[in-house]
Design a protein around this ligand. Sequence first.
Ligand code: TMP
Length: 389
Amino acid sequence: MDKVKFLDLGRQPIANRFLNEEDFNDEFFYHLEVGFDQETMLVTHMNYVDAPMMFNDNYAYRGSMSRTMVNHFANFSSSIRGSLKPECKVLEIGSNDGVFIKNWNKENTIAVEPCGNFAKETNELGYKTYNAFWTTELADRILEEHGQMDFIFSANCMCHIPDLDQTFKAITKVLDSNGIFVFEDPSLLQMICLNSYDQIYDEHPHIFSVTALHKILRKHGLHIIKVENTTVHGGSNRIWVQGKHANRDRTVTDNLDAEKVLGLHDASTYNRFAESVAKSKFDLVNLLTRCKANGKRVISYGATSKSTTVFNYCNIDTNLIDYITDTTPEKQGLYSPGTHIPVITPEEGVDNTVDFAYLGAWNFVEEIKAKERNFYGKFITHVPTVRIL
Ligand code: TMP
């Protein structure tokens, strides 16, 4: 790869590793730098964190903690089911806590999940789940044990895997020649438009454009036939792929054209983005510092991986944020990675003593505003610009 660095997000911890106080001294940090690969047009980290450091038996992120995500996968499942034969074989790669597969029948659906805590959960639910990383070796094993798959789905997982060539080669082994592979991940175009640099953390070694995926998939005889732009996770692309030349929907050309117009093939776009990121940091620290100087109580809403990036890049700790609230049991009672801000339940922490709540989970702003109709304070966001809502 011919990567040129354009962004330095500094010293960062494992984004989803919430800690006990006694673990503070042993915490792992790495240097988060992002580059643009001129050949594949991929936006990717300069160096990758080892996968088992992030995905292991204590993984804290649960997809089903948000009603938005539960509905998103239920709606997609019912929309695609009609176009598949009833007995079709389904594989999900990166099944997390089963938020997607729970919409599918147990007889014909299998899953792959490297995080042992979640693989155990979905196995207990009755879905055969391989507790392993997605590799060509695993693909060979699945082929032997189940044969080829008619439908492969993967959400917020492909962009987690550094070696895309191995990843897509493994797909070609398992996908039936008439099968369909659909995957969704955060959109690079949306990240640039929203200045949402917090999409970048250890688990997201790549932020995908359709342009880069089109090039990389083609090397493996895989072709994008349709692109859907969805609103989840701050703007994602759902990429539909087939193994042979099928009719390409106009959404593919529309997305490639839009990315060209925005300059996603051009290194100067990323240098401008890096300048906007630096300004966002300056503005956010300024706003939070002024809140504090005026005696206001500021908390954070949603202990997200995204807020790990923001807090560590901007050096925001308990001097500026009293605590973080989060609905995930695995995060509650612990401290945020790197900056060690306590995480408590929304029931304990969202009350009328709070003046401002920084939206760590800005991507769920509508769900949160609806849920917190009676919240006395105001929300702060940095997306697309730093402001009080
Ligand atoms: P995500 O942005 O990576 O999906 O993470 C969202 C986090 O925010 C997850 O830990 C759950 C949490 N959350 C809340 O605490 N309250 C909410 O209302 C929502 C929607 C999410």
